[in-house]
Design a binder for this molecule. Structure first.
Ligand SMILES: C[S@@+](CC[C@H](N)C(=O)[O-])C[C@H]1O[C@@H](n2cnc3c(N)ncnc32)[C@H](O)[C@@H]1O
Length: 255
């Protein structure tokens, strides 16, 4: 792994994020976004069940039964999926990489430091003081980097996972090339994405999803699983309003 440029609190920065980039990033600018992600992924008690369980369940059958030395989640947000795998594989080194310091701070405090997070989600009808008790996972690390410039050596990661990321990256092809570069040969990448692009150029380049299927083949991935009808419900409030995400679920192997 390449050494970080600097640390902010306990979070290593592998990318020198400019003040303008901080300001342009919705996950830095809008506290409500970070609060929503924290509630969604860490406040299980307010939901019937963990809302993104479908993402974790999708990946499960494709994970190796034996030992894995390294697992990486890109765009990990508040770290739920990678923390789940860090517990399933306690002898693996697990990294969560994200572009937002605010997300990483929550993830690190909750999953690594074992802090209690007090969350006010009352604007969505829940109690004012939700108490989220953290854990102290010893094999989990969080750092700031961009998906298109990953701070890992070539062929260094056994498993890469990401969810709700691909339609948010600035350069989708470059990000997939980076992921291919750092995977070991025979390593797997598992991802779920609604392909809810934010830019017209991304819609032109990558919709319908068969274009991404083709791109993965061109980048020398072998496709093990491809489904276009994975539904994920993202609850919004205490009344039960929700967004229905129509996701593509993919498992590929680096040839
Ligand atoms: C919609 S959230 C998804 C978070 C989580 N993976 C989930 O499934 O809920 C997108 C996340 O990707 C991060 N992100 C966006 N662009 C990124 C990039 N170029 N490199 C790394 N992370 C990025 C954001 O900061 C945010 O935490």
């Amino acid at each position: 792994m390449i050494p970080p440029l600097y640390y902010r609190k306990d979070i290593p920065f592998f990318y020198n994020k400019t003040e303008t980039e901080f300001q342009q990033d919705v996950y830095e600018r809008f506290d409500p976004m970070v609060i929503r992600q924290t509630a969604l992924h860490l406040a299980d008690d307010i939901w019937d069940k963990y809302p993104f369980q479908a993402v974790i369940d999708f990946g499960k059958p494709y994970l190796p039964k034996g030992k894995i030395s390294s697992i990486l989640e890109i765009g990990c947000g508040t770290g739920r999926w990678i923390a789940n795998l860090a517990q399933v594989y306690p002898n693996s080194t697990c990294w969560g990489i994200d572009y937002s310091y605010q997300m990483l701070k929550q993830a690190h405090e909750y999953w690594v430091k074992g802090h209690t997070i007090y969350l006010d989600f009352s604007t969505k009808g829940f109690a004012k003081n939700l108490v989220l008790t953290g854990q102290q996972l010893k094999n989990l690390y969080f750092g700031l980097a961009k998906a298109s410039d990953l701070p890992f050596e070539d062929a260094s990661q056994d498993i890469i996972i990401h969810s709700f990321l691909l339609d948010r990256v600035d350069d989708l092809k470059k990000a997939l090339m980076e992921m291919h570069r750092i995977l070991v040969s025979g390593g797997k990448m598992i991802f779920v994405t609604p392909l809810n692009f934010q830019k017209a150029t991304d819609w032109e380049q990558y919709s319908p999803p068969t274009k991404i299927h083709q791109l993965l083949l061109e980048l020398n991935f072998e496709i093990l699983e491809w489904t276009e009808d994975l539904t994920v419900f993202e609850p919004l409030d205490a009344r039960g309003n929700a967004i229905c995400w129509k996701c593509v679920g993919v498992v590929v192997v680096k040839k």
